[in-house]
Design a protein around this ligand. Structure first.
Ligand SMILES: C[S@@+](CC[C@H](N)C(=O)[O-])C[C@H]1O[C@@H](n2cnc3c(N)ncnc32)[C@H](O)[C@@H]1O
Length: 301
């Protein structure tokens, strides 16, 4: 089961109109989609997207609702998907609940976690692209170091990259636990609360799935496809993602060029200056919510 984070706040932020058009860009196991459907009237419409075929498959088994269309796609394609349905600039709400779902993390065969032995895969969409293991087998030491430093904010990036490229010569790195063990050997033992492999796994996941690039493209297409009064709601779990959302939303809300007579003020506004965070009660029940940040953009003109 995937327990949706900030569920009530997210649904409230979407300000659902019963006859509106909504997009859930990250179906997962449908926690948000099901809440949306409860609030939509018979004329409402919901497009739910996920790049993981397992998520879409589980949705098709669970939900049979003529207002809902489930699509296996990346959310960077949301503009094309809406256009193909004659819904350009018609969206009342577009939701992105970023990151991986619990079923993805918990299934050792998907290779996202070092808690169980699994192949070093990490693709959200296993039908395309290289696995983390394939990427690690050929990446240069420099590129690996930069990836760990930039996407994992890993202070021992240099040592870990060195260890990996040295170790792979004699023994290909093919499993999650094998990689986690190498990382543990590469870094000095300390009192850190997090496992030494956490940041490397995070960096590899972001890299293998081009998550930051997906987010940047998804935000552009989402904001360009809102109707006036429509909202983009983003739930981020990672500071790098949240920074992209914050900056993009802020830029869109800047006053437009005062010397341009055709421009009449910003087309977008922020619903709240500071992001919403989970309450203590939610954190007790679901520690995964710890780093969640919810931001909301509205098209006002
Ligand atoms: C945190 S889970 C969403 C959980 C969902 N809101 C729920 O309540 O069950 C994130 C989901 O988004 C999907 N995902 C992540 N990046 C994506 C992208 N760029 N395009 C489409 N789906 C994506 C993942 O495969 C995963 O299933």
């Amino acid at each position: 089961m995937h327990e949706a984070v900030l569920l009530a706040e997210t649904i409230e932020s979407l300000n659902i109109r019963p006859a509106g058009v909504y997009v859930d860009c990250t179906y997962g196991r449908g926690g948000h989609t099901q809440e949306l459907l409860k609030r939509l009237g018979s004329d409402g419409r919901l497009l739910a997207i996920d790049r993981d075929p397992d998520a879409i498959e589980s949705g098709r088994r669970l939900l049979n609702d003529r207002r809902l269309e489930l699509v296996h796609a990346r959310f960077s394609k949301v503009g094309q998907l809406l256009e193909a349905r004659q819904l350009r600039e018609q969206a009342d709400g577009i939701l992105m609940d970023l990151g991986v779902s619990s079923p993805q993390l918990d299934d050792a065969d998907r290779g996202f976690s070092f808690r169980g032995v699994g192949p070093l895969d990490m693709r959200m969409d296993p039908t395309t692209g290289p696995t983390a293991g394939e990427w690690l087998a050929t990446v240069s030491e420099k590129e690996l170091r930069e990836c760990l430093w930039e996407l994992g904010e890993e202070r021992y990036a240099r040592r870990i990259a060195r260890k990996i490229v040295t170790a792979r010569v004699s023994d290909p790195i093919t499993t999650t636990v094998q990689l986690a063990t190498l990382i543990t050997q590469a870094v000095p033992g300390g009192k850190s609360k997090i496992h030494p492999a956490t940041r490397t796994f995070q960096a590899l996941r972001l890299r293998i799935n081009s998550e930051l690039e997906e987010l940047s493209a998804g935000l552009v297409h989402a904001s360009e496809n809102l109707r006036v009064g429509g909202r983009v709601v983003v739930l981020a779990f990672h500071s790098l993602e949240d920074r992209i959302v914050k900056r993009y939303f802020r830029n869109l809300c800047r006053p437009t060029d005062p010397f341009d007579a055709d421009m009449a003020g910003p087309r977008f506004s922020l619903l709240m200056k500071k992001p919403l965070r989970p309450s203590e009660v939610e954190l007790k029940r679901n520690p995964r919510a710890r780093s969640a940040r919810l931001r909301v953009l509205e098209r006002v003109a």
